[in-house]
Write a protein that binds this ligand. Sequence first.
Ligand code: GLV
Ligand code: MN
Ligand code: MN
Length: 405
Amino acid sequence: MESVSSLLGSIEDVGRDAVRGGYSRPVFSTAELDLRSWFREEAQRRGLDVETDRNGILWAWWDTETHDDAGRQGALVTGSHLDSVPGGGAFDGPLGVASALAAVDLLKKRGVQPQRALAVTVFPEEEGSRFGVACLGSRLLTGAIDADTARNLKDPDGVTIAEAARANGLNPEHFGRDDDALRRIGDFVELHVEQGRGLIDLDAPIAVGTSIIGHGRWKLAISGQGNHAGTTLMDDRADPMVAAAQVVLAIRKTAAATPEARATVGRIQPIPGGTNVIASRVDLWIDLRHPNDATTAALVESIHGQAQKAAAFEGCTAALTRESVSGTVSFDGELQRQLQLAIPGAPGLPTGAGHDAGILAAHVPSAMLYVRNPTGISHSPEEYVEGDDVDFGAVALADALERLL
Ligand code: GLV
Ligand code: MN
Ligand code: MN
């Protein structure tokens, strides 16, 4: 068996971000395409049969005989993603993909004869860091996003995903819900680095996912009057940046006053963006999460109202657009039970991070395994997993797959 650490070591130079630190591997970038090629080669080296489906999802099949009807139980599918946030860590996504490949090695070494097909998958644009909508591949597969809406999503340079996909050999006209691909999946298990302090506090190397809290993204565009920084008196301004500053503070205050809420403004863009220019518009993106979907909706409404007030006070206007929303998801109870039987002592753990498994859960039994992250930090170069835990995770995944095969 090739170790997960050596698999991750073979991609450690791909997509390093010299400016932000860590990795920047947006979907269809050279880095992400290199990682897809790496995955194809590693899968083929293991005798897996690799295909790219019409939504750009990679599938590497162990049993090519049965995957068309996937056996009576449907295929056992495991995998994650290879794209990253800007300046992300080495493990968010790749750990699940590399562990899945290592688990296949381990199952073969153990002489396991699968009674059902097994596939390792790579989902594109899980982070939504290029085209704005997270878990875009699994949303397309399941129809959770309409194909036309998806095709028209643009990156910050104005390139649509349809254009980017076409440039990479995919036909975006074929994007959309794929019932045949969905029907083949019997169970989906995603292994992932833990992205918070859950396993540090539990003092355990691995956990079985119980739920993902509901989350969404909204874009707030605050429009004012672009003008000269030197000649425009303070009283004569309609400066959307000043309104944006108040909105950021209001968002923090509102979320902090709501138990279990998390709200973030991690991206803000002044237009045109010049040191000596009062912006004509400021776009900012709100990431908002809460276990209760009705509370999430109420928080958005409250933030929208506060943004309109703050904008009006500065002589500006504010317009809010929803980019994506996912309700709170509980993972399949029976699949959780099977994972817990396969990995004795693994605690259950809820998460505040979104995953493709959360999107798939509405359609097929889905579950997750989290591997301890001793820094408790993620979406940052400081995300980390100890070598022993990396190995433990791959063995645990193999044990879980063996039980389910
Ligand atoms: C993905 O990691 C997310 O939770 O945004
Ligand atoms: Mn991830
Ligand atoms: Mn992530």
